[in-house]
Design a protein around this ligand. Sequence first.
Ligand code: LLP
Length: 420
Amino acid sequence: APLPHVIPTLSQGAAGLQLEQVALSDIAAQFGSPTYVYSRAALTAAWHNWVSALEGRNALVCYAVKANSNLAVLNVFARLGAGFDIVSGGELARVLAAGGRADRVVFSGVGKSRAEMAQALRAGIHCFNLESAPELDRLEAVAAELGLQAAIAFRVNPAVDPKTHPYISTGLRDNKFGVAFEDALALYRKAAASKHLRISGIACHIGSQLLDPAPMAEAAAKVRGLVEQLEREGIHLDHIDLGGGLGIRYSDEVPPTGRDYLAPLLAAMAGRPEQLCFEPGRSLVGNAGLLLTRVEFLKPGATKNFAIVDAAMNDLARPALYDAYHEMLAVQPRDTPPVSYEIVGPICESGDFLGHERALSLAEGDLIAILSAGAYGMTMSSNYNTRGRCAEVMVDGDQLHLIRPRESIDSLFATERVLP
Ligand code: LLP
């Protein structure tokens, strides 16, 4: 029977929770825990949620690699024809290794190094999204040195409030991101005068986990105004990049569908001939993944009951970092009455929690599925407390693929050296 939860391909089977046709308990038996588990069908469905809403419009969806950069995930999207939004030379290397096309890559980020610029220029990416005047100068110099021409867009800051968590809003006036609207025209004129730069587009991204399309529609209308102003100056663009940001359901949020999110944006751009680009991350992968963890101990406390699990803040940082909520389900339900638990990891910090006051029926050794962990889960994990990072697996129908083995302890310090 389908469950009232957030991952479309998760269901209750004979052996407890299963993702597509694979039992989570089998995954833990084969690969141990904690383990990130992704569903290919859920990735594919999320992709179609985007592209079906863009049918008939000249558009390019560039998956934001930072959300989940495993090569198998990138490869699933590459096979579906995706473009990619990258923020580092490392992410570019991953995209190419996974079979992604360089000419569908946009390069975002405020601090691109010379080496990263050169790497992306040689690869022949679609566009550099520039965020400052000195960045423009640096890119021009690197392109000149290589005798190449860089395709550019300016990421403009539309100064709208995305109404999301302050750590993930990026389009406010006082954010470090983008160039101010009033400075954009002068920057475009400057770029137009350089033979090493080719003006390709304009970009804008206001924040993440957006549950209301209105702020982004407001931003799109502002961007359109600027595009038309540039046009009057004889500066024509090939594309308009409206960023990522579409939110997902973690608990009881009701995010818009791709169609509902895009409708006002498409309306704001009606009649414009430019290609529309988007940079979704979370909405493509967030609810295609979960983190599978096992209860090490149940520890009754003076005021709270703790379930100490084998995953921790180094594996899934979002609860500790943003006080984010991730739904949790016992993989094999028990008949005993549920108890309210603090779900915590083994790390030596009070901030090492994954969930507060979760009513679950648990015993030592039970497995818990932490849902909506496909985005900003593994990519934000660390080795804090010298913990090897999780294994990652992908389910595809009744097939189970190990897409990254658990990190061995040896590998964590294999390159370190003691003094002579
Ligand atoms: N494009 C740009 C320029 C971005 O900065 C981001 C995300 C995206 C696209 C993708 O946004 P999405 O569609 O995923 O909302 N670690 C945080 C989220 C940080 C988002 C940063 N930028 C979290 O775990 O909630």
